[in-house]
Design a protein around this ligand. Structure first.
Ligand SMILES: *Cc1c(COP(=O)(O)O)cnc(C)c1O
Length: 423
């Protein structure tokens, strides 16, 4: 038995399902996870000393590759002066200021410890600010595991919502409306029937594989929110500092009222942040009546890791290079698919990508749920066996770091080519 298999059996005795976040269990790819012994740059090494090219990078957070030397040095240097104070420190200002420089839609920002906290707090703020209760989200978008987001559209009517998880009450579910991604008519209907505090969206969805929102759809969302005094929230926990330095909002050139951030922002340490117009942000305590707090929020170590990461990815040609190497992978996949006439395609923006096993247009959750999931599972396991680690679910996006080299992509494409020939 492999060391990873042994560790997984041991882990299952003490940790529910053996993991601290469900997707890691490999349940949706009919396997068991490998246990990571160490990670450096673009590679992971497991407890059986097998090496993998990593296309997840801790779900996008490790944009500089694992254990970036400068970030590690910065953390070591900062930690010598204390780990957490629960009191203000200069690094909080520096990071907040940097975020507002990169995101013109953000005047003020509050730091938290996860993306989940950021989105939870953002909708509370939107509700407090508008004095309205209901929120609208889109089927297949993920905004962390807060009760209000674990909701799916019920059958029949788009205004009838049901919990997606046991433990979420029906009274919470009734305040969340979920409609199909990229469907403006459904949004208009929902606005007519409900008093919405906010609309929250992943402007490029990364939790139902990789799905772009249509530019006109986003423009109309912006207009409808203005006309109906609805707070527009872009959840850029994944896309922020990832599809571009300024996130999806810089690509679409649309300013949301509030933005949620996370992942890359912490340089690999736990973080989340939400920010936006002062007029809205000033409603948070201690200034306003919307309560929000956190013991470890804004701790100097996470701030330092974030600051160093942002300064490195702000270098002039950083995103140009990252975009190019990521596109080299997705273009390569599309060529292989075309030449071999297989229902497979890929798309990317910045350092984020998706691989699809369908010939349908990719526009919403149904495009993915109707794709060939069985094919994906075969693909995933073949790649893993050959030392290439893609996300263990057909509903997750992939990530390339700035440490990935052309030779890593060539190796990857060669294995994909072999898999295609055998299938
Ligand atoms: C990862 C993610 C979250 C949740 O962040 P956590 O840090 O895992 O709580 C929220 N929204 C989006 C878009 C995400 O990708």
């Amino acid at each position: 038995m492999s060391n990873s298999k042994k560790l997984f059996l041991e882990a299952k005795k003490y940790i529910p399902g053996g993991v601290n976040s469900p997707v890691r269990s490999f349940q949706s790819v009919n396997g068991h996870p490998f246990f990571v012994k160490k990670a450096k740059d673009q590679y992971l090494y497991d407890e059986d000393n097998k090496k993998y090219i990593d296309y997840i990078g801790s779900w996008g957070a490790q944009i500089l590759g694992h254990a970036n030397r400068d970030v590690v040095n910065e953390i070591s240097k900062t930690i010598k002066n204390g780990i957490t104070f629960g009191a203000p420190c200069k690094n909080e200002i520096l990071l907040a200021k940097k975020i507002t420089k990169i995101y013109p839609s953000i005047d003020k920002v509050r730091m938290v410890n996860s993306g989940t906290e950021a989105t939870m707090s953002a909708i509370r703020l939107a509700r407090g600010y508008t004095k309205k209760n209901k929120i609208l989200k889109f089927d297949g978008c993920y905004h962390g595991h807060g009760d209000s987001f674990l909701i799916k559209a019920g059958s029949g009517s788009s205004t009838f919502s049901v919990p997606n998880s046991h433990g979420v009450t029906t009274s919470i579910a009734k305040d969340t409306i979920s409609v199909p991604f990229n469907d403006i008519e459904k949004v208009k209907q929902a606005i007519k029937r409900n008093k919405l505090a906010c609309i929250i969206i992943e402007p490029i969805a990364g939790n139902m594989n990789f799905i772009r929102s249509n530019i006109n759809f986003l423009k109309q969302l912006r207009m409808l929110c203005n006309e109906n005094k609805i707070v527009l929230i872009f959840d850029e926990v994944m896309t922020g500092f990832r599809v571009a330095l300024g996130g999806a909002q810089s690509i679409y050139k649309i300013k949301p009222d509030l933005t949620t951030l996370g992942k890359v922002l912490g340089g690999g340490l736990p973080i989340g942040a939400f920010g936006g117009k002062s007029k809205i942000m000033n409603h948070i305590s201690p200034l306003g009546e919307v309560y929000q707090a956190g013991t470890l929020s804004g701790n100097p170590i996470t701030m330092a890791a974030g600051l160093k990461t942002l300064s490195l990815i702000s270098e002039k040609t950083y995103f140009k290079k990252l975009t190019k190497i990521t596109k080299y992978l997705t273009d390569g996949i599309n060529i292989i698919a075309r030449e071999n006439k297989v229902n497979m395609s890929a798309d990317s923006e910045g350092g984020m990508f998706g691989i699809f096993f369908t010939n349908q247009k990719i526009k919403d959750y149904n495009s993915i749920s109707r794709s060939n999931i069985k094919k994906f599972i075969g693909f995933f396991n073949y790649m893993l066996a050959n030392g290439i680690y893609f996300a263990p679910s057909a509903y997750e996006a992939g990530f390339v770091s700035s440490r990935h080299l052309k030779k890593d992509i060539d190796t990857t494409l060669k294995v994909i080519q072999k898999w295609v020939k055998n299938n």
